[in-house]
Design a binder for this molecule. Structure first.
Ligand SMILES: NC(=O)c1ccc[n+]([C@@H]2O[C@H](COP(=O)([O-])OP(=O)(O)OC[C@H]3O[C@@H](n4cnc5c(N)ncnc54)[C@H](O)[C@@H]3O)[C@@H](O)[C@H]2O)c1
Ligand SMILES: O=C(O)C[C@H](O)C(=O)O
Length: 330
């Protein structure tokens, strides 16, 4: 059990690394990282600088971004790196972007829920999403900033206000919950991205695994608590950064592959959804040239997993409503 949790937070996927170093599908994408100077932003930007599908990497933050950009530009890979500091330079960072990744905002300290970050991060994500909606409305947005259950609805409402909303282009990155192991073990994790709203579908693991019910229950709770374990271990110094950077780089690479026309690219992410009674929900998604191509839905699940989804609904719906209200009534 420990193996699964440990490897969940340390995503190591040799296939991802090799495919992003030397892609066969050509794409000269501009990717913008908003929050590029942070604990996630810096290693994420480093990994993206190594991605041969990217020709322009734009780094935006309210601190230090020119320095981070100068540093990364000394790595001899294809992508040109530009640094953009503060709101006056946000437009230049975003204009012409194919993919905008957002890890901007504060992380948790021990004892906090992701929802406790709402007051600070809602405004940050609102303003960044508004810039994307104006200056690069066709870009794919990958939102890492918590609480993801609310920041994705916030971005969606901002785009609606600007008249540029396309639900197939706004993703909450829940990749960190999903990937399990170096040896290609994969388990879809559906629902949202906090506590009980994180629902691992252990019955759909590949290769298949089988557990007594008691162990299945323990493992499920441990996966739901995996982010909190890191927050506690970091003891006030933040939440997962390096594993999230890898997860974010992997999700971005999958998106770039799909945009370049590769077929069969599937990732779980938190998106506008009709799969359950929650308006936004994470499930396996087939990605395509325009972002979300087809929602692959929940598939066949156990009654135990169905009950987890039912238990997630009140909190998930509350988080979503809170995000929508922030824009609609704010
Ligand atoms: N989705 C996930 O699975 C997942 C995993 C880990 C962390 N997170 C979340 O990611 C976020 C970032 O975490 P971190 O550890 O990198 O935090 P951090 O504090 O190390 O970095 C955040 C960065 O955002 C920047 N920033 C703040 N306001 C900004 C603005 N208006 N515009 C642009 N940049 C701005 C800061 O200057 C800083 O560089 C947090 O909200 C955290 O909860 C999500
Ligand atoms: O736990 C956190 O606050 C950060 C992130 O959501 C995670 O799952 O690691």
């Amino acid at each position: 059990m420990l193996f699964r949790i440990v490897s969940t937070r340390l995503i190591q996927n040799a296939k991802f690394i090799s495919r992003s170093f030397s892609s066969t599908t050509k794409l000269n994408a501009k990717v913008t990282v908003c929050g590029a100077s942070g604990g996630i932003g810096q290693p994420l930007s480093l990994l993206l600088k190594l991605n041969s599908r990217i020709s322009h990497l734009a780094l935006y933050d309210i601190v230090h971004s020119p320095g981070i950009a100068a540093d990364l530009s000394h790595i001899s890979t294809k992508a040109m790196v530009t640094g953009h500091l503060g709101p006056d330079q946000l437009r230049a960072a975003i204009e012409g972007s194919d993919v905008v990744v957002i890890p901007a905002g504060v992380p948790r300290k021990p004892g906090m829920t992701r929802d406790d970050l709402f007051n600070t991060n809602a405004t940050i994500v609102r303003d960044l999403a508004d810039a994307v909606a104006q200056y690069s409305p066709k870009a794919i947005i990958c939102i890492i900033s918590n609480p993801v259950n609310s920041t994705v609805p916030i971005a969606s409402e901002v785009f609606k206000k600007r008249g540029t909303y396309d639900p197939n282009r706004i993703f909450g990155v829940s990749t960190l919950d999903v990937e399990l192991d170096v040896n290609q073990v994969n388990c879809p994790v559906v629902g949202g991205h906090s506590g009980v709203t994180i629902v691992p579908l252990i019955s759909q693991c590949t290769p298949p695994v089988s557990f007594p019910q008691e162990d299945r229950d323990k493992l499920t709770k441990r996966i739901q608590n995996a982010g909190t374990e890191v927050v506690e271990a970091k003891a006030g110094a933040g939440s997962a950064t390096l594993s999230m950077a890898f997860a974010g780089a992997r999700f971005t690479d999958s998106m770039l592959q799909a945009l370049a026309g590769e077929e069969g690219i599937v990732e779980c992410a938190f998106v506008r959804s009709d799969e359950t009674e929650a308006k936004y929900f994470s499930t396996p998604l087939l990605l395509g040239k325009n972002g979300l191509d087809k929602n692959l839905g929940l598939g066949k699940i156990l009654d135990y997993e169905l009950n987890l989804i039912k238990a997630a609904m009140p909190e998930l719906k509350k988080n979503i409503q809170k995000g929508e209200d922030f824009i609609l009534k704010g």
